[in-house]
Design a protein around this ligand. Sequence first.
Ligand SMILES: Cc1cc2nc3c(=O)[nH]c(=O)nc-3n(C[C@H](O)[C@H](O)[C@H](O)COP(=O)(O)OP(=O)(O)OC[C@H]3O[C@@H](n4cnc5c(N)ncnc54)[C@H](O)[C@@H]3O)c2cc1C
Length: 393
Amino acid sequence: MSFIETEEQKELRASVATLGERFNYVDYVLPKARKGEPLTELWNEAGKLGFLGVNLPEEYGGGGAGIYELALVQEEMAAHGAGLLLVVVSPAICGTIIGKYGTAEQKQTWLPALADGSKIMAFGITEADAGSNSHQITTTARRDGDGATGDDTGWILRGNKIYISGVDQADAVLIVARTEDSKTGKLKPALFIVPTDSPGFEKTAMEMDIIEPDHQFMLFLDDVRLPAEALVGEADAALMQLFAGLNPERILGSAMAIGMGRYALNAAVKYANERTVWKTPIGAHQGISHPLAQVKIELELAKLMMQKAAFLYDNGDDFGAAEAANMAKYAAAEASIKALDQAIQTHGGAGLTKEYGLAAMLGAARIARVAPVSREMVLNFVSQHSLGLPRSY
Ligand SMILES: Cc1cc2nc3c(=O)[nH]c(=O)nc-3n(C[C@H](O)[C@H](O)[C@H](O)COP(=O)(O)OP(=O)(O)OC[C@H]3O[C@@H](n4cnc5c(N)ncnc54)[C@H](O)[C@@H]3O)c2cc1C
């Protein structure tokens, strides 16, 4: 493992930064977010430039690189305040799972379109009654036809989901459900591609109190009929398939948080160099400079862990990647929230004005402490898996 990025990675970083500058936070993202409008122009442009699909296989229109490169794209965009929440979902989770476990037809249908951004796939696992305890999800898929005689014509999906991001922009949602074993009646997790225009697929926008261009939805799947080929991978291997997508999700969430933290730190440093209320710029006061130096260190540490997680994942160490991705997500969320809070403090009253949008970004940065996995569930993972402590739940 090298800490020196390749020429290709450096060039990718530079071209993403150019796009991020063009669609920057204050001029483009913030006004859109305040109106609750998605970042469609930016998404399309990023797709055209090949940024959205850098991790997807070349034979399906992707860049043939890894999660490291997708994280690099996300971090650099977010460092301009232009991180794309749906990158975490569409190419990172859904693209990875379909790339690894999809049929040739599913790959052909979805990967080129996810790579160029012309199609978006949302991801739905969370349910109101299950929350962090995903083992308790109840969305159920039963055979549409007489499963007992092996006449498997398709599936009927019934259940509900909550907080699902970007469903209004998505062509389909990768739904985590359970299949009913026709013999034992036991439920096993399974993944389904559910088009958002399917009869019986109902979405309701949630009233969130964060200023964000993407929205969250409650879904009600009212006996949605799906063809047999809607199932991704094996009906009874979904846990492994799911984990293939969840590590990239955490790495990409970390990248977005680290990028936001970088944005906040840059804004704070600029302001601290310019603003003078005594004899020197406020950045000369250690009460301002030390907390910013701490933020810098914590962001760099989080980034190191994210890069380690991406490296392990891209090199096939899924177990090592899971631990590192959880730790990276924890560290990145904490560092970026602290960065935003300290950037606001550095700006004084200006930090709470609409002009800078830092308070709005703090709300968005706060998401990373809750989703895709909460801080406490990460600490549970580390307690049990890294430290071998017993669990309380
Ligand atoms: C902006 C946003 C976007 C999202 N997008 C998506 C999406 O696209 N797709 C999707 O499927 N989901 C999405 N989610 C859902 C997200 O993954 C969940 O909110 C998250 O997993 C937490 O679940 P919960 O909200 O039900 O909290 P709960 O599980 O009810 O937890 C509430 C609190 O209790 C704590 N807690 C729970 N169990 C334990 C325990 N055993 N030990 C210690 N503490 C515990 C939690 O850490 C948390 O602090 C999104 C959420 C948000 C806020």
